[in-house]
Design a protein around this ligand. Structure first.
Ligand code: NOJ
Ligand code: CA
Length: 686
């Protein structure tokens, strides 16, 4: 161990402080630096005075992440935190463009520089080796640990990961608590950065100098999810989801951890229009997914969420053959591609929460004729969307996965919504002996393995997965493009539950937090604007349409009862038209937690769509039509908040319609009501 601060550490600290180095101070071989392609980000990797690996990040000459440590504690041996030296490094770079089968944009640019730094512990710590691969993009940064094969360390039993992020600038954080009983379905908190406790990721920060940051992870495979725990001041470190095995993660070497990521931008738009985590995932491993078509869907759903119908059998059973056929007729008539039916299967009778062992994923209840409904749907060119609520019992689900997916394929079903309703630590996984059950976490290593098993099995049978109460999204849709979306935050369902309803700033916060991780099955389109017992939503009618542009998913629900959708023909017309697949997406106006207006171009036509959501503060915006294709004149059909509209009174139903002509470069003034929104379709020509 080094008794005094090394030259390398002095160099890192000097750089970190933004101080120019004295001319004679050459970096020694134990300091590695790298820059992003445009030079704006400068990474320094070294070891500190206690021989602990540290990195720091400077942006545009200013410290962004101060010297932050790297390492692991183990449950069965010496920790990998001290006694390290750098033994070598290798650099690489890439500038490529790849195509998504579906998404917010068709082409994704991957332009980065990378450096792999090799660390080794001294003999006191058994000479263990640990490599860290850093990638620098102009708008983000990621690194992962790579544990090479080595003598004396066949299996790594990780107690916790000690990756730090020492955030240099003060500012505001937008976050939900990690490791809490209700997983991610919480109200977002807006606090000073030094007011964060343990946060789920993505956690978003806006610094006082205007820099926007979002901390997350990419490619969470066979590992436990990480949370960010504030240690002191603005110093955060990773902590991993627990496991019933005592060690948070158990892996045989060689293996790589997920990437630890930071999106970095000068504006809210730079945070949103950012493909950092997708770029850090592996390319498509399952091949052609053209059998999955982005679509809009309706569901036999809201009736159960509100409590009018039941999932269980009985006089108020929602999933009857008759109702499913009625919904299929409505879907066919109004251009919806899918119908979700929940409560179709055996296992819902009794207290299904905590009784996941009762669910069957192949047997329908007597008043739901699965084959007949699927055939009726096919005849009407509507797809039945399957529903697999597991109650968190993944042992029961895994045992039925193959026959279930096979059955759905045979019925022409190409998507399934899964569900893991259980409290934190309430996932029931198979144990080592028959009949033994182990309690796991929604984001622990075993559940992470489970989700991939579901997605891989589903892919074999051409089924796409929409997971509720899921593990967080870390960009795996690039590798498994049948993992189409997830829930993973408070969705529309909370609006049915009175005192738990979402506030007006919920959706404009989601856009800049949860949505940075990937598509969400938020289930917009609650045109009645009311939940159970007529409790109103904190939303105007126009905001319900704006949600289709603000909250991206390749399957978008119109979640209200069909009677309510039919009672709003003009709004239904927008929902019919709005695509669920885009060739381009841009945030054209917005601030974190306040409002978000997107411009998105249809993947299958020359149409553009503009719209989004507002918080409780009314705003006058002037939208620049700079994104439009040159040389074209567009007819814009506008759905906007009516005069005097506000989420606070019955005036929430006030909506106004307009038709205007627009071309590239024009300005469009628009007023957003408190709790309001807007939706615009721009069609070239008349
Ligand atoms: C919670 C899900 O979020 C909701 O959409 C679903 O209807 C219920 N669980 C039952 O599976
Ligand atoms: Ca849920």
């Amino acid at each position: 161990m080094r008794p005094v601060m090394s030259l390398a550490s002095a160099f890192a600290l000097a750089l970190a402080a933004g101080t120019p180095l004295p001319a004679q101070a050459e970096p020694d071989s134990s300091t590695v630096t790298a820059t992003s392609p445009d030079g704006s980000l400068v990474l320094t990797v070294t070891t500190d005075s206690s021989s602990r690996p540290v990195y720091s990040l400077v942006r545009k000459g200013k410290l962004l992440i101060g010297a932050s440590k790297l390492g692991f504690t183990l449950t069965d041996g010496l920790n990998m935190v001290r006694g390290f030296r750098i033994t070598g490094s290798e650099t690489a770079s890439a500038a490529t463009t790849w195509e998504q089968p579906w998404g917010e944009r068709r082409f994704v640019r991957d332009h980065h520089n990378e450096v792999l730094v090799r660390f080794q512990q001294n003999a006191d710590y058994a000479g263990r080796r640990m490599n860290v691969r850093f990638r620098l993009f102009d708008n983000g940064f990621g690194f992962r640990y790579e544990l090479p094969e080595q003598p004396g360390l066949k299996t790594m039993k990780i107690a916790d990961e000690w990756t730090e992020f020492d955030v240099a600038g003060v500012g505001t954080a937008f976050w939900v608590a990690g490791l809490e009983w209700n997983r991610e379905e919480q109200v977002y908190q807006r606090t000073p950065i030094d007011g964060v406790a343990t946060a789920q990721t993505p956690i978003t920060m806006r610094l006082e100098d205007g820099t926007h940051l979002a901390f997350h992870e990419a490619a969470l495979v066979d590992y436990s999810a990480m949370y960010l725990k504030r240690a002191e001041r603005q110093l955060f470190r990773t902590t991993l989801a627990p496991s019933s095995r005592g060690s948070a993660v158990i892996r045989d070497l060689p293996f790589n951890t997920p990437w630890r990521t930071i999106r970095i931008a000068d504006s809210a738009a730079g945070l949103v229009e950012n493909d950092l985590e997708l770029n850090l995932n592996e390319p498509n491993k399952i091949g052609d997914v053209s059998w999955f078509k982005p679509m809009k869907y309706i569901g036999v759903w809201w009736g159960m969420i509100r409590g009018d119908w039941t999932w269980a059998e009985g006089p108020r059973h929602g999933a009857t053959t008759e109702r499913a056929k009625q919904y299929i007729d409505f879907a066919a008539k109004n251009g919806f591609g899918g119908l979700l039916v929940e409560g179709w299967d055996k296992g819902w009778n009794g207290d299904w929460f905590g009784h996941g062992q009762d669910f069957s994923f192949t047997e329908a209840v007597p008043d739901f004729d699965l084959k007949a409904v699927a055939a009726y749907a096919a005849k009407k060119q509507v797809q039945l969307i399957g529903h697999n609520e597991t109650g968190g019992n993944i042992a029961n689900y895994e045992a039925q996965l193959e026959p279930a997916m096979k059955l759905y394929q045979s019925l022409g079903m190409h998507s399934v919504k899964t569900g893991y309703v259980a409290d934190a630590g309430g996932i029931m996984a198979p144990g080592d002996k028959p009949g033994e059950v182990r309690m796991e976490w929604h984001e622990g290593q075993r559940t992470v393995q489970h989700h991939l098993k579901v997605v891989e099995t589903a892919a074999k049978y051409q089924v796409a997965i929409d997971a509720h109460e899921p593990v967080k999204d870390t960009g795996l849709r690039r590798t498994y493009p049948n993992w189409i979306d997830r829930e993973g935050a408070r969705g529309m369902e909370y609006n049915a539950w009175g005192q738990f309803a979402n506030g007006p700033d919920h959706e404009p916060t989601l856009v800049y937090t949860r949505m940075l991780s990937g598509p969400m099955d938020f289930t917009p389109g609650m045109l009645s604007l009311e939940g159970a017992n007529h409790v109103p939503l904190a939303s105007t009618l126009a905001k319900q349409l704006g949600l289709y542009l603000a909250i991206y998913s390749p399957i978008q629900m119109a979640s209200d009862f069909i009677e309510s959708l039919a009672a709003h023909p003009k709004e239904l017309e927008f929902i019919r038209q709005v695509p669920a697949d885009w060739s381009e997406s841009h945030l054209i106006a917005g601030e974190v937690g306040d409002y978000a207006i997107f411009a998105r171009k249809d993947r299958n036509s020359a149409d553009w769509y503009v719209g989004g959501v507002n918080d409780a503060t009314a705003r006058d915006l002037t939208l620049s039509m700079d994104f439009l294709d040159p040389g074209k004149t567009y007819t814009a059909s506008v759905w906007k908040d009516g005069e005097g509209a506000t989420y606070e009174t019955d005036a929430r139903h006030r909506i106004a319609y307009a038709t205007v002509t627009l071309k590239k470069g024009d300005k469009l003034p628009i007023w957003l009501a408190p709790g309001g929104g807007a939706a615009i379709r721009l069609h070239p020509g008349k």
